[in-house]
Ligand binder design. Structure first.
Ligand code: FMN
Length: 187
């Protein structure tokens, strides 16, 4: 397996020769992106920088060999600097019954305090981050790299432990929570 690590930043091969393109309107971008169906995750971290959690839809698998994933966290969120300093995080892919936990870590609790870990029962992971035992899945990670892009930092994590339950995952689309259901064959 190649060990070559490549990083690209506005390299010439990714720009159309000599052409200037406009930046799309922010509202149009956000509106169009709201049509994406995503999972809902609470990304937690613990360590010298403290204990933090934030609700994140921007999570994706990057590689299975080795197992790696990414999350995008707004640098305005205190969790962002904490993940950077702690060097670890855990992705809790929420189950369909955990919309209330998502709201707590999005800063809009249905009751109680925003960002308050007392909203649920947690376990400590190998990295010391907080895990929800009844989440659909959890991915405990060590930070491999961080990339500042626009307002967010993309954290690439090397996955050191996972859990999975039978619970259906919570989904989010058009600014609402929803649940995935299987379509009949061939539809
Ligand atoms: C469904 C959902 C998905 C979100 N996805 C992200 C994300 O991918 N990255 C991120 O930095 N913030 C995301 N947020 C927003 C943060 O959770 C929220 O901005 C943060 O907790 C701070 O809240 P505040 O801006 O109201 O103070 C999401 C929020 C919700 C409800």
């Amino acid at each position: 397996m190649s060990t070559l690590q490549a990083s690209y930043s506005k390299s010439p091969e990714f720009t159309a020769a000599g052409q200037e393109f406009p930046t799309v309107d922010r509202g149009a971008f956000v509106g169009a992106m709201s049509g994406a169906v995503t999972g809902v995750n609470v990304v937690t971290t613990d360590g010298p920088a403290g204990t933090f959690g934030v609700t994140v839809s921007a999570m994706a698998s990057v590689s299975a060999d080795p197992p790696m994933l990414l999350v995008c966290v707004n640098r305005r969120s205190p969790a962002c600097a904490a993940i950077r300093e702690n060097g670890v995080f855990c992705v809790n892919l929420l189950a369909v019954h955990q919309g209330d936990i998502s709201d707590v870590f999005a800063g809009h609790p249905r009751e109680g305090e925003a960002f308050d870990f007392r909203c649920a029962e947690w376990q400590s992971t190998v990295t010391g981050s907080a895990r929800l035992p009844d989440a659909a899945s959890t991915f405990d990670c060590v930070v491999d790299s961080g990339h500042d892009v626009g307002t967010h930092t993309i954290f690439v994590g090397r996955v050191v432990d996972v859990t999975a339950t039978e619970s259906a995952p919570l989904a989010h689309c058009r600014r609402a929570y929803c649940h995935p259901s299987t379509l009949p064959l061939n539809s």
